[in-house]
Write a protein that binds this ligand. Sequence first.
Ligand SMILES: Cc1cc2nc3c(=O)[nH]c(=O)nc-3n(C[C@H](O)[C@H](O)[C@H](O)COP(=O)(O)OP(=O)(O)OC[C@H]3O[C@@H](n4cnc5c(N)ncnc54)[C@H](O)[C@@H]3O)c2cc1C
Length: 305
Amino acid sequence: MDEQTKQFQRIRQVVRGKLLVDEPLSKHTYFRIGGPADYYFCPKDLEDLSAIVDYCQREDVAQFIIGNGSNLLVSDEGYRGVVIDLSETFTHIHSKGYVVTVGAGVQLKTLLHYCTERGLSGLEHLVGIPAQIGGALNLNAGAYGGEIYQHVQSIHLLDKYATLELRKREDITAGYRETDLPSDSIVIEAQFLLAEGNPKEMEALQEMHMKERRDKQPLSLPSAGSVFKRPPGDYAGRLIEEAGCKGFRIGDAMVSKKHANFIVNCHLASARDVLRLIDEIKQRVFNRFDIMLELEIHLIGFKEK
Ligand SMILES: Cc1cc2nc3c(=O)[nH]c(=O)nc-3n(C[C@H](O)[C@H](O)[C@H](O)COP(=O)(O)OP(=O)(O)OC[C@H]3O[C@@H](n4cnc5c(N)ncnc54)[C@H](O)[C@@H]3O)c2cc1C
């Protein structure tokens, strides 16, 4: 029996949820790119999640928590360890007054729908971000002048020792596409404090933002959204376009002709194609403007970088 099969059996003994071996991560990323994860696990409940976290800590096995995979570039070699997916379990939403409690596995789209129906306003700017709540909270997703942390009241986290912790908003630093949540902690649930809104007006605002997205973003091809962060006082898309990169292609990875800060997967792009394209863009922008662009997307399963 090989080592992976033995490990699978050991994990199987401590967890109850769905456990897959060599699961292609291309099935779980918006880019449709990424090699296999040794193990892909969907916990049945909090106890089951705690069990896998505890196992990984005890056995020194790497763990990675995946949301919708909409901000990830996963290597062609995949991930050596356990990828944990909360989307089948932590899917509760309920509200009391203006406070909405939502599980980390809930789709942002579902939360927006829930809030709009009830006239609970605040998150409308985030419409169109293809995130799960946990993913959006991990990196403070934002759009059109709004960021998710503007409305967070508190968050429940599970740390790497499988201990549950409640963090109040004032104890979290949230900046531009980043937070100081420990990298190995898992968001389980969040409370949002929203305000009274008019459902019709909320819908109209969301429709307006969706139209802007459809007009400006290449939504018909796989991507991971904006590849680079906005440099201070400028836009990565403008710099990339002016550096002559629009439409530039390596293999099946191409700088979108519609929005230069998006790299699209034209058909069967590899992570290697995307990385080479990223390096080329950075170099051309640096040569032209003396600005080193910083990645917004997260790289998973790469040895260096
Ligand atoms: C077409 C398109 C448009 C986009 N537009 C925007 C935009 O306007 N604004 C914006 O901010 N982003 C945008 N994005 C990027 C992306 O959707 C966001 O960054 C989103 O918040 C990522 O959420 P996710 O659930 O897909 O997380 P993933 O991509 O799966 O993961 C991102 C990070 O979050 C971590 N994570 C996921 N779940 C949890 C959890 N429960 N606990 C702890 N950590 C967790 C992961 O480990 C990883 O480090 C866009 C992407 C696409 C494809």
